[in-house]
Design a protein around this ligand. Structure first.
Ligand code: AHR
Length: 503
């Protein structure tokens, strides 16, 4: 995008906000989450069992439900991840005492008792007021197994699977819309080639629906890892469009897969690398979207980033297969900048899922027995929820640079939207760990009279909320802005996330 420079002053970044009737609505589903059978995400996370002394509803922690309801999470992906292609859903229904066990081969080799299954998850989604996104087993499952799962969860008429559902205590179908056809088919989902997977996808997508897709399923293809553009190209070329609702993409902000660095005591160089990987999302969604545009110029098929977030070494003393990590201001900045990218690409990116919701990777919630804390990432998600289903306000600007050892990244990231009540929200992130940045936003076209703001920052970049100090990082009132002659001048402190509201 080009820069407007009618009110140029040195060291001040000028941002022009545009009102464009043709601009897309930011799908609320961009603010989705992910809950895998991994470490303490489900067991000893969401699910403590109904005999637990921790307050729960049918075994699901009430405090987690309340916290996620506050975020208005639009969807929740389950049961994996890599776990999904090992999971046989029929083992997780019926009386809990009769369910067979499953060894979680990808994540710690632990034996699970299948006490959290289809009913538990879908009923939990109802409690949360969120839409379920089920990840089907392609790697070690069968077409029949997935077709049965769809019939079990969605069919209201007389059928073997609806009869079974009713016998297990649920008369009405849940009507699940989002269906993933396998996960990371290029890796843990079966080590397939793109060409082979495209054929598998066609078969699965055919038998979980009918000719007209009357059930309205959104069938989602297992997508590329980061910059594997051949994968997206192959799926778009080889899968008939009427079978394809979305194409996934996974990208984690990892410094180096062999040496991921500590989640809290990271070096300045590691901080720069994390931000570099996070901001790479801009290039990834631009290039994957461009490929999709070639085959789907009307943008009917969604780009779904159903795994994203920071990934560091596990916390010392925890099971390496459980992927438990702390969450600092670095993660808040990563989340804010990534969500700005998704918002600005709302014409194609229509769903995304942060990995993962509870106790795993870039979690929004951490638990320790009865204790629960909200991470800085949680607070960013809460501040940004105002963008859900709001109309994007396209913007143009050239970011100041954050330079480290001769390399530079854009320091400031911004996105803006107008909601159905007419309120405008502008989210701003400054990833520079040492320098405040000033921006001037031309709001002439928006006619805003009252502006207020919220900021998330802390004394130190490496600060985090702990079980001893759960509220160390919390959103605060933000006042470092002025409105003068239709120009909104904002000072964005070093390493901070801000959301402004204007009416
Ligand atoms: O989120 C953790 C793992 O990362 C998921 O199981 C897998 O899909 C990805 O590789």
């Amino acid at each position: 995008m080009t820069t407007a420079s009618s009110f140029s002053q040195e060291n001040i970044t000028e941002i022009t906000l545009n009102v464009d009737e043709k601009a897309p609505v930011i799908s609320k589903h961009i603010y989705g989450h992910f809950a895998e059978h991994l470490g303490r995400c489900i067991y000893d996370g969401f699910y403590v069992g109904d005999s637990s002394s921790i307050a729960n509803t049918n075994g699901v922690r009430n405090d987690i439900v309340e916290a996620l309801k506050e975020l208005q999470i639009p969807n929740l992906r389950w049961p994996g991840g890599c776990f999904a292609d090992t999971y046989h859903w029929k083992d997780g229904i019926g009386p809990k005492k009769d369910r067979p066990t499953i060894v979680n081969t990808w994540w710690g080799g632990v034996t699970e008792d299948n006490s959290f299954g289809t009913h538990d998850f879908l009923n939990m989604c109802e409690l949360l007021g969120t839409e379920p996104y089920l990840s089907g087993n392609v790697g070690s499952g069968t077409v029949q197994e997935l077709a049965d799962w769809v019939q079990y969860t969605n069919f209201g008429g007389i059928s073997p699977m609806s009869k079974l559902r009713e016998e297990n205590g649920r008369k009405e179908p849940w009507k699940v819309k989002f269906w993933g056809i396998g996960n990371e088919a290029w890796g843990c989902g079966g080590n397939m080639t793109a060409e082979y997977y495209a054929n598998e996808y066609r078969k699965y997508a055919t038998f979980i629906s009918d000719w007209e897709n009357t059930g309205g399923l959104l069938r989602i293809a297992s997508g590329a890892s980061s910059d594997d553009y051949h994968w997206t190209e192959t799926l778009m070329k080889n899968i008939p469009k009427n079978l394809l609702g979305g194409v996934a993409l996974h990208h984690y902000s990892v410094i180096n897969w062999g040496k991921k660095g500590d989640a809290v005591t990271f070096t300045d160089a590691q901080y720069f690398r994390t931000m570099e990987e996070a901001l790479k999302m801009e290039e990834l969604v631009t290039k994957h979207s461009a490929i999709m545009d070639k085959y789907d110029p009307k943008k009917k098929i969604d780009l779904i980033v159903d795994e994203w977030g920071g990934w560091y070494e596990v916390e010392k003393g925890t099971n390496p297969g459980f992927l438990y990590q702390q969450n600092t201001m670095r993660d808040a900045l990563l989340a804010g900048a990534t969500l700005n990218i998704f918002n600005n690409h709302a014409d194609r990116v229509r769903m995304a899922n942060l990995a993962q919701a509870v106790n795993v990777l870039q979690a929004v919630i951490l638990t320790d027995k009865a204790k629960m804390i909200l991470t800085p990432t949680y607070h960013v998600m809460n501040m940004y929820k105002v963008h859900q289903d709001a109309k994007l306000l396209p913007l143009a600007f050239e970011s100041p640079k954050y330079t480290f050892e001769g390399k530079s990244l854009p320091a400031v990231s911004v996105s803006a939207s107008k909601d159905s009540k007419g309120s405008v929200h502008i989210s701003l992130v400054n990833i520079d760990p040492t320098k405040d940045n000033e921006v001037e936003i031309d709001i002439t076209k928006l006619g805003l009279k009252n502006v207020s703001g919220t900021i998330l920052t802390s004394k130190n970049l490496r600060d985090y909320n702990s079980f001893d100090e759960p509220d160390k990082i919390e959103p605060q009132n933000f006042k470092k802005f002025k409105v003068k002659k239709r120009i909104l001048k904002v000072t964005i402190p070093a390493f901070s996330v801000i959301v402004l509201e204007g009416n």
